[in-house]
Design a protein around this ligand. Structure first.
Ligand SMILES: Cc1cc2nc3c(=O)[nH]c(=O)nc-3n(C[C@H](O)[C@H](O)[C@H](O)COP(=O)(O)OP(=O)(O)OC[C@H]3O[C@@H](n4cnc5c(N)ncnc54)[C@H](O)[C@@H]3O)c2cc1C
Length: 598
């Protein structure tokens, strides 16, 4: 797998074996009976399936996007085959409890397999991943009867799922949704409204689609406090739980996307003929909180999806840079001398390093978050679970936004390395870029993630998550200081962490004093600073892990890791000082710009 276009196994092994304490994870009671070998075999199986059934039609599904024919969605046949293979191999139920028909494997292992599929074909794997996220939400918040009728068939690979939040007039601001739910007396509700941008909203891949719909019960309070969550199946179920007559959910149109074209994106109308029924999940008016269960998981998934497109682009541009001969060294004056491979040029190496620093650093951060999910959901409270839950909450918007911003930028650099060829459809890097471009937008745009981080997460639980982050970074710096070759980096990171702590305190105080709009005006810079700090931490941590790794004997691997660490610390990390200065001075150059001035 080390020469795979999807993932370098050596990199993954370093994270799994030397960085994250996988043995401690497998020692949790939920994973009794599982070992590293099972994990490895599952990852290998995912990799093989991704190579055999996902990668080969990645291009075709980009060129032949879904069509709406007589009110139905038509997909290329390879998608159905690949999704069925995923489900048949058990990947759909990988994280689900064995009692629910799943494999009960760690979330960490699930995230790795998902990442491999997302590297091979992000459009196709979106169908089962959305279904799985819907099943996880039902597991957390639906009643036993609903779980039996809707969640179980998803885990069996028979039903699919969607998340229906957005409406034409309400995307970022979900408090403004207009979809209504009216009780009809038997515990069911009539649903009426329109949902925009619904991924996998209609298709013929399974027996049914379980739409998880946000709506307001008639008379509910305004804003997000009035939102409830409903199960709205495409086909209503009969008494035996089998799909029976069609529910009044109509496919009103398809959205024609820039990338990830294999995953159909739909405009759905609910209750056009006054015959759309749904079931309430949990309590009324708690819908957004429930949906966040799905969205938080999806946000880590979106971040990881962005990482993997960045990763694939990096690997491709690296190979290209080694092969493409062009130009000579600046001090080489003989025009008849043979041209050099472009990887010889420092500017190409700069762009390779920038890609690598972002994608491998982000991959480590994403896996760390997945590890935290396992810990927070399955470790006991005495094992630091509450603190880790706060840390995970804090890191979620960072993973979603920093990783999707910087791994998209990585794709841009991959295109640049290929020069004119990179700009053509004959080479894959432009598709990586287009497929990746959605990630800063959906699941809450990156601007919204920044508001979430500074406006909510940084001060949440009295700043416990932020303190946990800074403490862990300091501990890593203390250990790294013991090594001569890491000491200077450790000291720099420690300094930046302390500065972020001070700036955060100032910003939280300002918001507590009512300066909310002016403080949040710079939320983007705050998220970038926290993200830079986290990625610096991940690089330092990897360097420490290398000290314990058998890979220490591979000079090329070690030089690659340490060289990228050095690049990130020298060239990229210092920008944190500028971001913190903008934040500390409450820079108002954007906020004060008059709208008429544009
Ligand atoms: C391919 C694709 C797939 C999607 N899949 C789904 C899905 O399956 N289910 C679903 O429910 N939705 C889905 N979405 C919708 C997606 O989540 C929304 O597009 C996203 O939340 C942004 O909403 P919007 O498009 O209405 O943009 P708007 O909310 O209009 O935002 C436009 C811009 O304004 C900024 N902005 C908005 N409000 C603020 C604010 N208060 N402060 C600062 N900046 C602000 C945003 O950051 C953004 O840059 C999908 C979208 C796409 C494109």
């Amino acid at each position: 797998m080390s020469d795979s276009p999807l993932l370098d196994r050596r990199h993954l092994d370093l994270l799994l074996n030397e960085m994250l304490d996988i043995e401690a994870l497998l020692a949790l009671p939920r994973y009794a009976g599982q070992d590293r070998e099972t994990l490895n075999q599952t990852i290998e199986a995912a990799h093989q399936l991704a190579l055999d059934q996902y990668l080969p039609h990645n291009r075709k599904s980009d060129l032949q996007e879904p069509q709406m024919v007589n009110g139905k969605v038509e997909l290329i046949p390879e998608i159905a085959a690949a999704v069925a293979a995923f489900n048949d191999a058990g990947f759909i139920g990988m994280y689900a409890d064995t009692d629910d028909g799943g494999l009960q494997m760690p979330f960490l292992a699930t995230s790795i397999c998902d990442a491999i599929f997302a590297a091979a074909n992000p459009g196709t794997v979106a169908y089962p991943l959305l279904a799985r996220a819907a099943a996880n939400l039902l597991k957390a918040h639906a009643n036993a009867d609903q779980q039996a009728r809707y969640m179980r068939p998803i885990i069996e690979g028979r039903f699919f799922g969607t998340m229906c939040l957005s409406e034409p007039q309400a995307g970022s601001s979900l408090g403004d949704i207009k979809t209504l739910a009216e009780p009809i007396g038997d515990g069911r509700y009539k649903i009426r409204g329109a949902k925009m941008w619904i991924s996998a909203g209609d298709h013929e891949l399974g027996e049914n689609i379980v739409h998880l719909v946000l709506a307001k019960i008639v008379g509910a309070p305004p804003g997000v406090k009035g939102i409830s969550l409903f199960i709205v199946p495409r086909f209503r179920l009969d008494d035996e739980g089998r799909p029976a007559e069609r529910n009044d959910v109509v496919l009103a149109g398809l959205n024609h996307k820039m990338g990830q074209r294999g995953s159909v994106n739909t405009f759905l109308k609910f209750g056009e003929n006054d015959d759309c029924t749904g079931e309430l999940v949990g309590e009324p008016h708690q819908g957004l909180a429930y949906m966040f269960h799905m969205m938080n998981e999806e946000r880590i998934g979106v971040g990881m999806g962005a990482v993997m497109q960045g990763y694939v682009g990096y690997r491709y541009s690296l190979q290209y840079a080694r092969e493409r001969q062009q130009g000579r060294h600046a001090d080489q004056r003989d025009p008849s001398a043979a041209p050099v491979a472009i990887i010889e040029h420092a500017d190409i190496r700069r762009m390779l390093l920038a890609q690598r620093a972002a994608v491998e650093g982000s991959f480590a951060l994403g896996l760390y978050a997945a590890w935290l999910v396992d810990r927070t959901e399955h470790a006991g409270p005495s094992e630091g679970r509450d603190e880790e839950a706060e840390l995970l909450d804090l890191l979620t918007p960072v993973i979603k936004a920093w990783c999707s911003d910087h791994c998209l930028r990585a794709n841009e650099l991959a295109i640049q390395i290929l020069g004119g060829y990179g700009y053509t459809r004959e080479y894959p890097v432009e598709q990586c870029y287009r497929d990746n471009r959605i990630n800063p937008i959906h699941e809450g745009s990156n601007g919204i993630q920044a508001l979430d981080l500074l406006g909510r997460k940084a001060g949440q639980a009295n700043g416990r998550g932020l303190r946990a982050l800074l403490t862990r970074i300091e501990q890593c710096c203390a250990t790294a200081s013991e090594f001569d070759d890491l000491r200077a980096h450790a000291e720099a990171l420690k300094r930046y962490a302390a500065a972020l702590g001070r700036t955060s305190a100032t910003l939280l105080q300002a918001m507590a004093a009512g300066q909310i709009r002016s403080t949040l005006a710079n939320a983007h810079h705050y998220l970038q600073a926290v993200g830079d700090l986290c990625i610096g931490w991940m690089w330092l941590w990897q360097a420490l892990a290398l000290k314990r790794s058998p890979r220490q004997q591979e000079p090329g691997f070690v030089a690659g890791k340490l060289g990228t660490l050095r690049y990130f610390f020298q060239v990229e990390l210092p920008r944190i000082e500028h971001a913190l200065a903008l934040l500390a001075s409450a820079d108002d150059s954007a906020l004060s710009m008059p709208v008429d001035g544009f």
